[in-house]
Design a protein around this ligand. Structure first.
Ligand code: BGC
Length: 766
């Protein structure tokens, strides 16, 4: 009751204030922007709120559909066009569209319709928290979640949802009602500079984890996206690359990740990507937007472009795009005016514009962004630090442990070396850049222009380790001098080398660590055989020294409490439970595209990449090619031991159910990631097996936990393009309980009957 009253009061206050601002702009003429092209033949904007129309659509007793329809019915052509056009929100010097209601660090702004009391859409990036756009006049400091790939490495959807709820609440409190989060592009190329934002190589894991994050974000009555739809799996030539893939393979890989994330997260919006798919730009790809997304999957939200990904008004609109974003004076492209002209010329049906406006307004109503408007508020950074730390502690992966971890409290001397571990942990760059509390801990590194600089979150692993091991002398060397580092290591019982790899949007990266850090590891390992390596990387890298070190930890980009989380795992205060959401190759030659696609080609030139591996992404590729990765998908060590047994599979109400037990046979509490792989005995898939289900199981020492999981039928099927449906072939299937894609614990067989499934909830019945 109290919450309701607060919400209602918030609503009234906010509505009154932004209407006043908007009316002031209207009185100034031209909606308050510094530049606005002429709008010939268009209905002039009434300046006074229309009480009746507003009262009708804001009636909470009506359904979102009814309210959206009333709103659209009451709108002029200009007002509808306002809703479908988003401007660059950041105060960039080159952006002539500087609207007073824009939030200064934001990614974008869609103006409101004051006459009808419809609020602006204030947009912020991204999946690890409230970002600050490059070139913004000042930095917003917000809680930084670990990178998306670390969140996927937790294999814990409940934790991802809690993390999403936290960053969504910060978006709300910062005045944003649209969060451009939920990156779910598959990790096809380990060098993709945005792998850190995504959920790894498997459609089930990525779709589930990103869906959970989106659910959490939207629990704050704001809209979240999933992005970048679709097949935007590399940054090299991202604006011009034509991705070629056959339909069935796309539906069983990248599109399945989106489909699952959308089903589980119900995002208000889908962001279409920069690249082309089979010859057509993603944002004007009728097959992607209308046939698959809005048709087969019955998506009821709206499609927005990635920033500036629009190329052709008529093609975009008719293919199913609902909102152009990132308009700036720089690009000079104004969908608003071109669309008005296209509608007038009959090249885009008026009904299509109505549909766009209806989808956008219905989504904002349905998600609660209208009835519970955002309002700047204070943030409980202490409580949020606990959330980001919990994520980091579950997603850091123990890769190797030759009896060196956890560090004994009795150690006399430990040498900490490199990676700026004295001050912080590295973060990922680009539009997703979040400045953690305290700002950038290491200034002057990396590019001096976007997507740089390299930003470090102020959470020192060295300081945290000193507080974890108060009786140990912990020395520090920055690693720039190999001889000094080796000397410090020789004088210690254990040496810990921190290595970092900064990655960022718009760039792809080599898999070799930069700045000769491999040499640093070798030099240290040469003098101290109890050398540990802590990796802070965007995704998989080559680990040429793995044989020669005693232990290794993959900490990804661990977020604003990253240093603490790393130290607590090293000390044993936390038992590691992260598992890899991606395979680590032994060598580039093992990859489907060892050289990366388009690398070295002149910018803005057409490029193309053929995904000949089809749906055999990641571990499926290694299995199909019989290659041994350096570290397999699903892999991760613990300080305790688990045993598993009593695996059983059965068909219940037509669905495959699998049950099993996990026993903690060690002496510490721990969390095991139980993985169920499915495999047709007769073959016929893109690869021998697929991840069919998973669970993170928390087990006390000596205790046993039982689980029953359902395998999504699509993971047992092959997509049949001729019948426009998923097909499960009748026959025997092997069901495997595993600790990684390469560590089988137990297997059983089950016979499945033939089954056909619709392409999605919106596809025609079979
Ligand atoms: C990125 C998107 C981001 C948008 C707005 C683009 O460059 O690709 O992920 O949401 O900018 O900042």
């Amino acid at each position: 009751m109290l919450r309701k009253r607060v919400v209602e009061r918030r609503a009234t206050v906010l509505r009154a204030s932004w209407v006043l601002v908007a009316l002031a702009f209207a009185a100034l003429g031209g909606q308050g922007c510094t530049k606005r092209p002429a709008n010939a033949d268009r209905t002039p904007l009434p300046v006074k709120p229309t009480a009746t129309a507003t009262a009708r659509w804001t009636n909470r007793g009506l359904s979102p559909d009814q309210r959206a329809q009333l709103l659209v019915d009451a709108m002029t052509l200009d007002e509808k066009l306002t809703l479908v056009t988003g401007y660059f929100g950041a105060q960039k010097a080159w952006n002539a569209y500087q609207f007073p209601e824009a939030r200064r660090q934001s990614a974008g702004l869609v103006r409101g319709v004051p006459r009808l009391d419809f609020p602006p859409q204030w947009q912020t990036d991204a999946g690890s928290g409230v970002a600050t756009q490059g070139e913004a006049p000042s930095e917003l400091e917000r809680t930084l979640l670990p990178s998306g790939i670390l969140t996927a490495a937790t294999w814990n959807p409940a934790l991802a949802e809690r993390a999403g709820a936290m960053i969504g609440s910060e978006a709300r409190a910062s005045g944003f009602n649209v969060m451009l989060a939920g990156g779910v592009n598959l990790l096809r190329d380990p060098g993709n500079g945005r792998n850190f934002e995504y959920g790894g190589e498997d459609p089930l894991l990525a779709g589930t984890m990103v869906g959970a994050l989106v659910r959490g974000i939207q629990s704050n009555h704001i809209v979240s996206t999933v992005k970048h739809y679709a097949l935007n799996d590399q940054e090299t030539a991202r604006d011009t690359v034509n991705v070629k893939i056959d339909e069935a393979a796309a539906r069983m890989s990248d599109l399945l990740a989106f489909q699952l994330a959308i089903e589980q997260g119900d995002p208000g919006s889908v962001m279409c990507s920069y690249n082309l798919v089979n010859g057509v730009y993603a944002c004007q790809n009728d097959w992607l937007l209308t046939t698959v997304l809005k048709g087969d999957w019955a998506f009821r939200g709206y499609v927005m472009t990635d920033w500036g990904a629009q190329h052709d008004t008529v093609k975009n609109a008719n293919a199913g795009l609902d909102q152009e974003t990132g308009v700036s004076a720089k690009g000079g492209y104004q969908w608003l005016d071109k669309l008005a002209a296209a509608i007038q010329a009959g090249r885009v049906p008026r009904a299509r514009l109505d549909d766009m406006a209806r989808r956008i307004s219905r989504t904002l109503i349905e998600k609660g962004a209208i009835d519970d408007p955002v309002q700047p508020a204070s943030i409980d950074f202490t409580a949020h630090a606990a959330v980001t730390q919990a994520s980091a502690e579950e997603g850091i992966v123990l890769l190797k442990n030759a009896d060196v971890l956890p560090l004994a409290p009795s150690l006399k001397r430990v040498a900490v070396i490199g990676g700026h571990a004295d001050v912080g942990v590295v973060t990922g760059g680009g539009s997703a850049q979040v400045y953690a509390p305290g700002g950038n801990a290491v200034r002057g590194l990396g590019l001096d222009h976007w997507p740089g600089p390299e930003v470090y979150a102020r959470s020192s692993p060295l300081a945290a380790l000193r507080s974890e091991l108060p009786h140990t002398d912990i020395t520090w060397s920055d690693g720039s001098d190999l001889a000094l580092a080796a000397k410090a290591a020789a004088a210690a019982e254990v040496a810990i080398v921190f290595v970092t790899q900064w990655t960022a949007e718009s760039l792809d990266f080599p898999l070799t660590l930069p700045n000769q850090q491999d040499k640093l590891v070798e030099a240290v390992a040469h003098t101290n055989r109890r050398t540990l390596v802590v990796l802070e990387t965007g995704g998989p890298v080559l680990l040429p020294w793995l044989e020669r070190v005693a232990g290794a930890l993959e900490a990804w980009y661990p977020g604003s409490q990253g240093g603490t989380a790393i130290a607590r795992i090293l000390s044993g205060a936390v038992n590691p439970s992260g598992h890899l959401p991606c395979s680590f190759p032994q060598a580039l030659a093992q990859l489907p595209r060892p050289a990366g696609a388009g690398v070295g080609a002149p910018e803005k030139q057409p490029a193309s990449v053929s995904y000949d591996e089809g749906a055999a992404v990641g571990y499926r590729w290694y299995d199909q090619r019989k290659l041994e990765p350096q570290l397999p998908f699903g892999y991760g060590l613990s300080y305790t031991r688990f045993a598993s047994d009593e695996l059983a599979a059965r068909v219940v109400a037509g669905e495959l159910e699998v049950s099993f037990r996990v026993v903690n046979t060690g002496t510490r509490a721990g969390k095991q990631v139980a993985q169920i792989y499915v495999s047709p005995v007769a073959g016929g898939w893109e690869a021998p097996k697929r991840l069919g289900a998973f669970a993170k199981v928390d087990v006390a020492p000596g205790a046993t936990a039982e689980r029953t999981l359902r395998v999504d039928a699509r993971l047992l099927a092959v997509y049949d393009t001729a019948r426009h449906a998923w097909h499960i072939a009748p026959g025997d299937y092997t069901i495997t309980l595993a600790a990684s894609a390469r560590e089988t614990l137990q297997s059983v067989k089950i016979r499945l009957p033939e089954r056909w499934l619709r392409a999605g909830a919106g596809a025609p019945r079979l």
